[in-house]
Ligand binder design. Structure first.
Ligand SMILES: Cc1cc2nc3c(=O)[nH]c(=O)nc-3n(C[C@H](O)[C@H](O)[C@H](O)COP(=O)(O)OP(=O)(O)OC[C@H]3O[C@@H](n4cnc5c(N)ncnc54)[C@H](O)[C@@H]3O)c2cc1C
Length: 311
């Protein structure tokens, strides 16, 4: 099927839920990224299932975007279909200590809602600007807590359009590693939380948000931490020790506030950020013999990550 044909077919089926050549910079925390050939927002699971099957049979590349807070999208964009989940998976249902949240729900909203209901367990994840789906994929975490700590089950859609329930033991997970999106799409997550005092939880949330603003350059677009923590150390400490704070390429810069953040000063390109990532890796490797592993996911590049970031 030609490119024009598959674009038309998806547009017809999603009736208003698809946009051609949509700049992805609008949907990423970095405010960086070229256009998606088609940006699809299925309105329910049936449409999503159809889309997944259609893309698989036609050999069209499909990428699921959450809140775009952990991706660096190439300047060329993405030649296939980018799927957004808000409409098809946007609910939070709370029954006693059990919470089911759709993949498109903002993690921040989930934390606020559960804490207000006197349910503890997610409060340390406050301020992580991702979705529930993205948190399940990244095993998002902060201040010693991780998304998988309270996970009971993930509902997923396989690449064949079937739904499945997976327990935490079915999903190999660890530090910043969770569900592998090559195995499907996260539809929702069920969590079991514990009783807590809403006022105490709210106070904790406020304090944690204050700490984030103090330590992180939240006034600029970024993807949060660019590199994972190497065993026994901190990427930020190593980068700072190499004297790289303030290093700039184009409109991208290694933050002076937190060396593991590369910020977009406005108008940065993906190539600018990549250049800084390579330079950081090279300098840290030369000085400490440690090869930093990226936490940010690279999307739409024509070469594998190892090649793009080779030092
Ligand atoms: C200012 C800032 C601070 C941050 N602080 C933290 C922090 O403290 N701790 C932390 O862990 N992270 C942090 N992050 C990174 C980021 O917010 C998390 O990794 C988050 O979990 C990503 O969620 P997302 O919805 O934005 O995912 P995206 O960035 O949209 O996608 C990330 C990956 O998840 C996949 N994905 C998303 N949704 C689905 C789905 N439904 N099904 C299948 N695959 C899916 C994507 O395909 C991609 O591979 C920070 C980012 C920023 C910008």
């Amino acid at each position: 099927m030609s490119r024009t044909d598959w674009v038309r077919e998806i547009e017809a089926r999603l009736a208003g839920g698809a946009k051609r050549d949509e700049p992805l910079a609008r949907y990423t925390a970095y405010r960086i990224g070229g256009p998606a050939r088609l940006l699809a927002t299925p309105k329910d699971q049936e449409q999503l299932g159809w889309l997944v099957k259609f893309c698989r049979t036609e050999g069209i590349e499909l990428f699921v975007l959450g809140r775009g807070s952990n991706v660096l999208v190439s300047d060329a964009g993405f030649a296939g279909v980018v799927v957004r989940m808000e409409s098809s998976a946007g609910d939070i249902v709370i029954e006693e200590d059990q919470v089911v949240a759709g993949a498109g729900v903002e993690l921040h909203a989930l934390v606020e809602r559960t804490c207000a209901r006197g349910l503890a367990g997610l409060e340390r994840l406050v301020g992580i600007p991702g979705s529930v789906g993205g948190a399940a994929v990244m095993n998002a975490g902060a201040f010693g807590a991780e998304f998988f700590d309270h996970l009971v089950a993930l509902e997923i859609m396989t690449p064949y359009g079937e739904t499945r329930l997976l327990g935490p033991d079915d999903v190999p997970h660890g530090y910043r590693t969770g569900f592998d999106p090559r195995s499907g799409i996260v539809l929702s997550a069920s969590l079991r939380l514990v009783a807590g005092d809403p006022r105490e939880l709210q106070a904790e949330i406020s304090e944690l948000l204050r700490k984030r603003w103090e330590k992180q350059p939240l006034e600029y677009p970024s993807c949060g931490s660019v590199f994972k923590r190497p065993p026994g150390d901190y990427a930020g400490r190593l980068i700072e020790a190499c004297g790289l704070k303030g290093l700039q390429k184009g409109r991208a810069k290694v933050s002076e506030k937190h060396a593991n953040f590369i910020i977009n000063l406005g108008g940065a390109t993906a190539e600018d950020v990549l250049w800084l990532m390579r330079e950081i890796r090279r300098r840290v490797s030369e000085k400490f013999g440690i090869l930093l592993e990226p936490e940010v996911r690279l999307v739409g590049f024509d070469r594998p990550v190892e090649e793009l970031l080779a030092v």
